[in-house]
Design a protein around this ligand. Structure first.
Ligand code: RIB
Length: 292
């Protein structure tokens, strides 16, 4: 089975500060760093650090040497990466004293994915392969449609939720990875249990993985529901935790683990990520997760 992440690569501008800036407020940041990020890149790093072979497809801009360096150092397969002559996508991230974050992204190169490129990348993948997607690139509907048509297992983190998301063929998604905020946006419900119930009504064939912050994570399909409590740690930076979770859960699936084992592994990995600063840089190796 091959694993393909088709997604975004961002240059992250991280600002550590006492609290996340409010409307009308001007405030100081205590620390500023520029690091590798993007939900696609982060998920590919999680998979590479978990020890599997992973391809990353997506657009990389003309100012993104840092991203290529990180991908190369971690052994992510860049064969299908597309170099474009435009500024790379970037993210501006505020991280408060409790590790909570607020992010806005500028799409840049992530928003110029061409249809022919999608066809070319997917021509190398086959029935039973895994494709891992988020919602930071354009033409995602086409990627989902094509991947499903070819028999790939489609895994989607629908973040960031936008109007376009609701035009995607979401009935062709096999696994959704969401947090409670995305769950509310997709179902119109706010209580965890209500979100889970409504999800089953809306997407009866899909498997759902829903992280609920420091509480833990749910798994649900049309047969069962599981809950994995979060591992208690001192969080200093939650950026990349969701991407780590998705990467390690997918790793578990690729190794034939059952859903409860996948949940536990992913929760452990994410609990390490939040104790470190940065996005891709903070993701643990499999050895670190096993020793946790
Ligand atoms: O999920 C974390 C990521 O979201 C960051 O690395 C940032 O680039 C945004 O894409």
């Amino acid at each position: 089975m091959e694993i393909l992440v088709f997604g975004s690569l961002n240059i992250d501008h991280d600002y550590h500060m006492n609290h996340i800036c409010m409307p009308k407020e001007t405030t100081f940041a205590d620390e500023y760093t520029v690091v590798a990020g993007g939900k696609g890149l982060n998920a590919s790093i999680a998979l590479a650090r978990s020890s599997v072979h992973v391809y990353l497809a997506g657009n990389i801009g003309n100012d993104a040497a840092l991203l290529e360096k990180v991908l190369a150092e971690n052994g992510v397969d860049m064969t299908y990466l597309n170099h474009v002559d435009e500024p790379n996508g970037h993210a501006v991230i505020q991280i408060d004293e409790k590790g909570e974050n607020a992010i806005f992204i500028y799409g840049g190169s992530n928003q110029s994915i061409r249809e022919e490129y999608i066809d070319e990348v997917l021509s190398h993948f086959h029935k039973g392969d895994l494709i891992i997607l988020q919602n930071e690139i354009n033409n995602n509907a086409k990627v989902i449609e094509k991947a499903h048509e070819k028999g790939l297992t489609v895994m989607l983190n629908p973040s960031p939720v936008n109007d376009l998301l609701f035009t995607y063929p979401l009935d062709k998604v096999d696994y959704f990875f969401i947090n409670e905020v995305e769950g509310a946006a997709l179902t119109g419900k706010t209580e965890f249990k209500e979100i889970l119930a409504e999800f089953l009504v809306k997407y009866p064939k899909a498997r759902l993985i829903m992280t609920v912050g420091a509480e833990g994570a749910y798994y649900q399909d049309n047969q069962k529901q599981l809950f994995q409590p979060a591992f208690k740690v001192n969080a200093i930076d939650t950026v990349g935790a969701g991407d780590t979770f998705m990467g390690y859960f997918s790793y578990g699936l690729s190794q034939g683990y059952d859903e409860a084992e996948c949940l536990k592994l992913a929760a452990k990995a994410a609990s390490i990520t939040v104790t470190r600063k940065g996005a891709a840089d903070s993701i643990p190796t499999l050895k670190e997760v096993q020793e946790q």
